[in-house]
Design a protein around this ligand. Structure first.
Ligand code: ATP
Ligand code: MG
Length: 244
């Protein structure tokens, strides 16, 4: 299948212009800023924004492979039965599977460079679950995620992480978060989240509702509105094809 060579994807609407009646897209350059974090309190639209991102990737790069680690086992249930869909405790195997596909590229055994997209939704919940159950496993996962964030970009790896709690001391091994160059933050942010993700813009960040917030990418802050998918079933079908 042919890949459309556009790495600058129109992802959201610019909120300032939309309020004036002008539809102007805010773009996501996945060749530079692919690794992404989606943050917000429960129900603010993180998983929906992640689905929209995946839908764009499926549209522009139809030969991509997507791995979905759905620890909550709910928001991606339409993927049940797909080869690269991993729910709840299967997420451990899912991470190992993505890592081995990366190692095949790093070792030179796999010379393909279609996008390998890893989705880790509810990452903080997943890590804290294993922190209680098996500390060693939790630490291994944390280190694996850190290494994948640091090394995969030039091997066409794109990692999308969704999480509610922003306390990075537990979630990201040292230096890993610096490899996430796109942050979507939805709803009203806690002071911790503002300081952590938007320290340089603390005065600009205003409370927002569901599906609204900020997108920091390539060092630029944009106030955004996430366009709700017109046809959710079509979007899910496009994603499903790349997960299977
Ligand atoms: N951009 C949007 N515009 C309008 N409604 C939205 C938007 N995004 C999400 N919603 C609606 O808000 C609800 C919650 O969305 P979603 O599940 O994506 O949130 P979430 O942040 O992932 O929540 P949780 O943390 O509980 O998983 C859903 O009913 C969804 O249809
Ligand atoms: Mg969710």
């Amino acid at each position: 299948m042919q890949t459309i060579s556009c790495t600058n994807i129109p992802l959201y609407w610019n909120a300032v212009l939309l309020e004036k009646g002008v539809k102007y897209p805010v773009k996501w350059d996945i060749s530079v800023c692919g690794h992404s974090l989606y943050h917000g309190a429960s129900g603010m639209g993180k998983s929906t924004a992640m689905l929209i991102s995946l839908g764009h990737l499926a549209h522009y790069f139809p030969d991509s492979y997507i791995w979905v680690l759905d620890f909550k086992s709910q928001d991606y249930s339409f993927l049940k039965g797909c080869k690269r869909y991993f729910s709840f405790e299967e997420t451990v195997a899912g991470l190992a599977d993505y890592k081995s596909a990366f190692l095949a590229r790093q070792s030179g055994a796999d010379l393909t460079r279609n996008y390998h997209i890893l989705v880790i939704d509810e990452m903080a919940a997943q890590l804290s679950y294993y922190q209680l159950l098996d500390r060693k496993l939790a630490e291994t996962m944390r280190l694996d995620i850190a290494q994948l964030l640091m090394l995969t970009r030039s091997y066409a790896g794109v990692i999308l992480i969704g999480m509610q709690r922003p306390d990075t001391t537990d979630n990201f091994a040292k230096g890993a978060r610096e490899n996430i160059n796109s942050i979507t933050a939805l709803g009203t942010l806690s002071r911790e989240a503002r300081n952590m993700f938007f320290a340089d813009y603390a005065d600009e960040i205003q409370p927002a509702g569901r599906g609204c917030g900020y997108f920091l990418t390539n060092g630029q802050l944009n106030r955004i509105i996430v366009p709700y998918p017109r046809n959710m079933q079509k979007l899910q079908a496009a994603i499903r094809r790349l997960v299977d």
